[in-house]
Design a protein around this ligand. Sequence first.
Ligand SMILES: Cc1ncc(COP(=O)(O)O)c(C=O)c1O
Length: 466
Amino acid sequence: MVRQVQQALADLILTIDERPTFRPNAEAALEKFREPLAEDGCGAAKALEALLGWNEVAGANTTGPKCYHFVIGGNTPAALGADLLATALDTITYTWVLSPFGVEMERQALDWLKELLQLPQEWPGIMVTGATMANFVCLAAARQWWGRELGVDVAQTGMSGLPRMPVLSSGFIHASTLKVLALLGVGRGAVERYERDAFGRLDLDAFAKRLDALGDEPALIVLNAGEVNAGEFDPIAQAIELARRHRCWVHVDGAFGLFARLAARTADLVEGVERADSVTVDGHKWLNVPYDSGYAFVRDRTLLTEAFRYSADYLPEGDETRPTLGAIGPESSRRARSFAVWATLKAYGRKGHRQIVEHCLDVAQHFAGVVARTPELELMHTPRLNIVAFRYNPGGMSDVVLDDLNERLGAAVLADGRFLVGTSKWGPRTIFRPAFTNWRTRPSDVEELAEVICELGGVARQAKSR
Ligand SMILES: Cc1ncc(COP(=O)(O)O)c(C=O)c1O
C-alpha cells in the first residue's frame, strides 16, 4: 500500500502543471460511480486504485496553475508533505493532554502567522477549516462582547430578550459572514450596508452618521480586506478610526486580502488592521497550504473561553500553559492543520511567502496588460491585488447583450475544461474574475487564458447569432 501511494503521489505531483484542469465529462462519468455497499471489501490496494481511477475521469486539478475560480491557492511542497504526515500520524490537537506536540505546533504556527501578517503577538488565535469558520469564531467573540456590553452572558443565557445587534458594513461583505450571522442568531437581515456606488464601496459619510446616531448603543462593524469580485478593500484605517470613537467591535475579514501586507506595493491597503478586535485569515488561499485551513485572531482571550467553553468530568479544561484548544474554538476533535502551516513557514520563511504574494501580484498585472492589449477583451477594473475583473467584448453590443454573452461564455469555459475560472458581477455588469493565488501560475498560463476566452467567445457569439 505504501509503495502504491508513493507511486501515485509521484505521478500526481510531477504532472500537476500538465494535468487537465477540469474534466468537462465528470458529470456523465460519475453517473456510474454510485454503487451499493459490498458485503466483502476489495482490499486496500484495489480500493485506492479505484479511487485514483475515478479521479482520472472526474477529478479537478485545483492545485494546478490554471485554476482561478473562487479564491483557491496551490500547495507548497513543504505544506503538502507536512499535511500528508499530519494525516499519517493522525495527530489530534484537541488538548495538550492528548498531544503537547500538536498543540505547541499550532501555537507556534499561529505566532509565525501573526509575525508574517503583522498582527499583535499577544492576540490568541485558533485554527479552523477556513475563513467561514474563522468568521464564525470572530463573530461569536463579538457577540459575546456585545452581550457583555448589555450586561448579559450570551453563551450562558442566549439572545432571548435582547435587541437586534446592529451590524454595519459595506457592499463588500462576504456571503460567509451572512451565513455566520444566521448561525449565531444575529440574523442575515441585521446587516446594514453603507455603499457609495454600484460596486459596493463603503460610504464613509453615511457610515459615520449611522455611528453617531447609534450613540451609546454597542455595534458590530465588519470591514472587508479583499472582496471577491475585483480584490477591492474597504478603507480599513479610516473606518477603524471612526469606529474607535464609538462602542464598536471591529472585525476585519482578510481571508486573502490580509496577504497584501507582505508586499510593499499593496501594504497600505490593509493599514490599521492591527487596531481591529478580530481578524479572519485563510491558509488554503494565499498561504498555499492544502484545504482546509483558516485562522481566527481575536484580541480578547476571555471572550473565546466564554463563547467556546467545553468541559466535563472527563475533559480537561486546560490553562494558558497547557491549553485545550478545543475549548477556545468551535471544533472539539480537530486535526493538525498546523503541520502544513509550520512546515511551509519553516521551509520558505517570510521571504519565500513574500515572493509568492509578489509573484501573484505580477501575474495579475501581466494578465491585466494582456487584457488591455487584446481588442476583444475589456478590463473592468484596474487591479490592485490578485483578482482581474474583465469581460469579453468584441464591440458593437449593448451592456445587456454583453452580460448574456459573458454568462454563456462562462459556462462554455467551464465546459471546455482547459481553465477553471468563474463569472460574477462587478456593479451591474457580468465579468470574469480570475483570482491568482497559486505559486505555480506562469505568465504563459494567463496569456493562454486570454486566447481561450477569445476563441470560445467567438464560438459563443456565433451560437447566439445563428
Ligand atoms: C473574503 C472572504 N471571506 C470568507 C471566505 C470564505 O472562505 P472559506 O471558503 O475558506 O470558508 C472567502 C472565500 O473565498 C473570502 O474570499
